[in-house]
Design a protein around this ligand. Structure first.
Ligand code: NOJ
Length: 539
């Protein structure tokens, strides 16, 4: 069924508003300085009010926290400092009641070294779980690319007990699972089915290309690596029809596109890292050219699939798909100091500090991201313009506690004043929810309107993209879907600009104010300004 009405609710991920958070840093109710599931449950109404339709929870599983929870020691439990499975179920029930779906991180490229599978595997090559991991007797000479340069020096680590080398794509405390082993694939399917049974609507799948890759020197079963995703997708949608798989695939389009599958039968969604990086280059240059180039290259995808757009996520703002000189331009514009950069490829700042706190420009960026083809995803705190804390190590700089008020601990925790939080707040933590609620012009209230408006413009998620003005600082694009159209105008420049609207429709209804325009009218867009119109009479 492809009828417009059916489509908007059936393939819900085509037009969701995703909000990513870490329970640990969201809201602490028991005063231990660490956020918890009860806290998140209390804040579901806040998220519903903002207009979020899908929560993406960063890992909540038990973990020794070498990689902020992305090193999991038990896939079937909740980290006790966050609460228990009962609290998780209550949180889910509350979210569903308010019309919010919940997806969680599925991190199965690797486990923690403390996971019982690895502890067993280490006992030797005959141990029952030995083949769950990737081993070599001699350290292989051909190193795969290091993900954490400067922190790790090799992808192979020696294990004293097994007396063999094991492969790890990330930290050495994160041994890679051997996904060519059918028993491992069965375990992955079982984990996927478990949390669906509890009520999640799908997964953000971590490190997808690494999950599928076959490590050289290791006996693979000869199967097409993509079979893993296809089989997992089919299995999980049998369990729950609306289950979604949103993959982390940071690859150029020609390679990344494969992960949607030939018929859209692998991932349903993928983050568009390429578009994100081009957007930052365009912002740095105040010139839409890099963005336009990428939009022209944006591959066609099956109607069941969708891109996920974002400004910032929990990791560094990676600029690894840009050329060296381009990356340097973005560094120079948005993070010139060494301490703001990480791994030689990214920035560990949040948006408002990159833009020197220029509120006009901050709004411009979110307006742009929300109007690009795909589904928008926010990272907690973006709605109030939170900044990072560079004193916190590495990528954790932008994962500081949510700022709820101007009270002690920014209202994040009921811990006594002066107590240590799971992560220190930034020195500048003035931005907070309570103050912004009371200010009709705040970023928070504006973001709420942006989200409302985006939901009423499904064309951005479903429609065909037309690039109408692509020169200098101004981008005008239109998304047309089944006879209706929306037009967005963005001025990346620091000077007002004029642009002529197209003539092939009957009216332009202003979606954020009452300044309607005529077909063919020359309009002026302020410095860092933006406009959204509903174009009437479009066929
Ligand atoms: C990608 C996650 O986004 C990142 O935070 C993590 O370190 C790696 N995958 C390893 O799980």
């Amino acid at each position: 069924m492809t009828g417009k009405r059916t489509a908007t609710s059936d393939l819900w991920w085509k037009n969701a508003v995703i909000y990513c958070l870490d329970v640990q840093t969201f809201f602490d109710t028991d005063g231990d300085g660490c956020g918890d599931l009860v806290g998140l449950t209390e804040k579901i109404d806040y998220l519903a009010g903002l207009g979020v339709t899908c929560l993406w929870l960063m890992p909540c599983y038990p973990s020794p926290e070498r990689d902020d929870g992305y090193d999991i020691s038990d896939f079937y439990a909740v980290d006790e400092k966050l609460g228990n499975l009962g609290d998780f179920a209550e949180m889910l029930r509350t979210a569903h009641d308010r019309g919010i779906r919940v997806i969680i991180d599925l991190v199965v490229n690797h486990t923690s070294h403390l996971h019982k599978w690895f502890q067993s595997a280490r006992k030797g090559r005959d141990a029952p779980y030995h083949d769950y991991y990737v081993w070599a007797d001699e350290k292989p000479e051909n190193e795969a690319k290091l993900v954490f340069p400067g922190e790790e020096t090799s992808n192979w680590a020696w294990d004293d007990q097994a007396e063999r080398w094991y492969f790890h794509r990330f930290y050495s405390e994160q041994p890679d699972l051997n996904t060519a082993n059918p028993a491992v694939r069965d375990e992955i399917a079982k984990i996927g089915a478990f949390w669906l049974a509890l009520g999640v609507t799908g997964y953000r799948i971590d490190a997808v290309p690494f999950l599928l890759e076959e490590v050289s020197g290791v006996a693979a079963d000869g199967k097409d690596p993509h079979a893993l995703l296809r089989e997992l997708g089919t299995y999980l949608t049998r369990r729950r029809g609306d289950a979604v798989l949103l993959g982390e695939v940071n690859l150029p389009y020609d390679k990344g596109i494969e992960f949607f599958g030939e018929y859209g039968d692998e991932l349903n969604m993928m983050f568009d890292f390429r578009l994100n990086q081009s957007m930052f280059l365009a912002l740095a240059r105040r010139d839409v050219a890099p963005l336009v180039k990428t939009l022209k290259e944006l591959p066609e995808i099956a109607p069941e699939c969708q891109w996920t757009n974002f400004v910032r996520n929990h990791d560094e703002l990676t600029l690894d798909q840009l050329g060296d000189a381009e990356r340097e331009e973005v560094f120079a514009a948005f993070g010139p100091e060494e301490d703001m950069q990480v791994y030689g490829r990214g920035l560990r700042r949040r948006l408002p500090s990159m833009l020197d706190g220029d509120d006009r420009r901050v709004r411009l960026v979110y307006s742009l991201m929300f109007s690009l083809p795909g589904t928008p995803a926010l990272f907690y705190g973006e709605e109030i313009g939170m900044v990072e804390n560079l004193d916190v190590e590495g990528r954790l700089s932008s994962r500081t506690p949510m700022q709820w008020s101007d009270g002690p601990h920014a209202g994040f925790s009921s811990a006594p004043e002066g107590a240590r939080l799971c992560r220190p707040l930034p020195e500048d933590h003035a931005a907070n929810v309570a103050d912004q609620r009371r200010d009709p012009h705040s970023l928070l209230n504006w973001m709420e309107r942006l989200i409302r408006q985006r939901k009423e413009c499904p064309e951005f998620g479903w429609g065909k993209l037309e690039l109408l003005h692509t020169k200098g600082a101004v981008l005008v694009h239109r998304c047309v879907w089944d006879g209706t159209a929306v037009v967005a105008v963005h001025n990346l420049g620091d000077e007002p600009a004029t642009v002529t609207l197209p003539k092939d429709c009957t009216e332009f209804r202003d979606l954020f104010g009452d300044d309607d325009a005529e077909p063919g009218e020359k309009i002026t867009v302020e410095a860092y300004g933006f406009r959204w119109f509903r174009a009437g009479g479009h066929h």
